[in-house]
Design a protein around this ligand. Structure first.
Ligand code: HEM
Length: 428
């Protein structure tokens, strides 16, 4: 590990503390201090391998775009304690990953796998499923209005709608959606006692990794059966494209196809749920912005980008340095591990004036919530489309919205966002 500026222990502890993610403001304050005083610096935290923490927008972008110097495959791409890394390596015969999906791959393997579904996720193909998505959006709004004039928007609407969309696209039957939701929340919410598999408030790193491995095994079993089914009974769905995909002239192996399904199924809904709830949170706090967007739908794309920036559902990814290099005047050595802090990049005051303010008219809005470079989010057009359609339907049918209680964010360092959003509303 290279030597370099070090992050004071209290700040280092904050940026890996799930409670700080739940509380939010302490996290934003810690990132602001780091951007100002130590934009790339080492975190030495008991129980973790040391890693570089990258907090400025420009540096995160530069590293994300250089997929030769900064790799995904050599180490875990989501921050994990040493004990968890050791447990996974032992379980997986030396591999640092429980799941092998696009985010765990580098070139030359990564582009081959990404190419299998790339066209499917492009706007031209998404046009063909727009009507389907609108039907699901309308049903979600019907359900919300049928609840009277109050709901928990995060739980009742925002978490169910993208789940239903992605499962339908993938070809998972509706009856299995609760299982998919549960497994995804276990995967992303492992640190949150309301979401993890055992509802434990505290767990050792090894126990957390063991429980995570059980969740992944459940996903694998489910998706391996689905791949088998699509190979024998091909359909017009994304699951069939993955199951029948060929890599270097051979069928995609079971482990990789299960990983592919898992990333689409999981990345495809909790993230979009979080930014959908984030958009509603902002509107419920600001009746003027609600009225403006309701009256002028050309503001909708801006509202959606701002909600994605403001919420930043994917909160970090890790990279490993492939060859000695330098970023922002800091020398890094091959093998160094680093953390891309997307929330911090999206609250960087040198790019976003008044970053904590939600402004649906913010322009330009160069947020990095979808990452950048070879791994840039494959589902970004789908996420935007889903949110646009839902808010078109919501704005047509709602006259006003306001908070009916204090929203809560999930206590998670990886994927997060509002987990409860008590809302009072008046139908149009
Ligand atoms: C607001 C919603 C979403 C956000 C904020 C988000 C964010 C991200 C981020 C930050 C990455 C990693 C980028 C990087 O390393 O540079 C990523 C990758 C990915 N996302 Fe999303 N995502 C969202 C929605 C979706 C949806 C709806 C899908 C699919 C149904 C999806 C599928 C994927 C996949 C497959 C990858 C891996 C791409 C690769 O490694 O080549 N995401 N996403």
């Amino acid at each position: 590990m290279s030597a370099g500026p070090k992050i004071p222990p209290d700040l280092a502890a904050t940026i890996v503390d799930p409670l700080a993610f739940g509380a939010w403001q302490p996290l934003l304050d810690a990132y602001a201090t780091l951007r100002r005083e130590a934009p790339i610096a080492l975190a030495e935290i008991p129980g973790y391998r040391p890693f570089w923490v990258v907090t400025r927008h420009a540096d995160i972008l530069k590293i994300s775009k250089d997929n030769t110097t900064f790799l995904n495959n050599p180490a875990t791409v989501v921050l994990a304690p040493i004990m968890a890394e050791m447990f996974v390596s032992h379980l997986m015969n030396g591999s640092p990953h429980l799941v092998k999906s696009l985010v765990q791959m580098d070139a030359p393997e990564h582009p081959k796998y990404r190419r299998l579904t790339q066209d499917w996720f492009m706007p031209a193909n998404l046009k063909t499923i727009e009507t389907n998505i609108r039907t699901i959006a309308k049903a979600s709004v019907d359900k919300m209005l049928a609840m009277g004039n109050e709901c928990d928007f995060a739980r009742d609407v925002a978490s169910m709608y993208p789940l239903h969309v992605v499962m339908e696209l993938l070809g998972v039957p509706e009856s299995d959606e609760p299982l998919m939701l549960k497994l995804t929340q276990e995967l992303f919410g492992g640190q949150d006692p309301d979401l993890n598999r055992t509802r434990a408030v505290q767990m050792s790193a090894e126990d957390a990794a063991k429980i995570m491995a059980q969740t992944v095994a459940d996903f694998n079993a489910y998706f391996e059966a689905m791949a088998q089914d699509r190979r024998t009974n091909p359909r017009q769905d994304l699951a069939t494209i993955i199951a029948t995909g060929m890599i270097d002239g051979a069928p995609i192996p079971d482990y990789e196809s299960a990983g592919y399904y898992t990333i689409v199924a999981t990345a495809g809904h909790d993230t979009t749920s979080a930014s959908t709830a984030g958009a509603m949170w902002a509107l419920a706090q600001d009746p003027d912005q609600f009225a403006k967007v309701k009256a002028d739908r050309t503001l909708l794309p801006g509202l959606i980008e701002e909600a994605i920036r403001w919420t930043t559902p994917v909160q970090h990814f890790m990279r490993t340095v492939a060859t000695d290099t330098e970023v922002g005047g800091i020398a890094m050595k091959a093998g160094d591990w680093l953390m891309l802090c997307y929330i911090s990049g999206n609250y960087d005051e040198s790019v976003f004036p008044e970053p904590e303010r939600f402004d649906a008219t913010r322009s330009p809005n160069r947020h990095i919530a979808f990452g950048s470079g070879a791994h840039q989010c494959l589902g970004l057009h789908l996420a935007r489309l889903e949110m646009k359609i839902l808010f078109e339907e919501l704005l047509d049918r709602l006259d006003s919205v306001e908070l009916a209680g204090e929203p809560k964010r999930s206590q998670s360092t990886f994927v997060g966002g509002p987990k409860t959003l008590p809302l009072r509303f008046k139908a149009a």
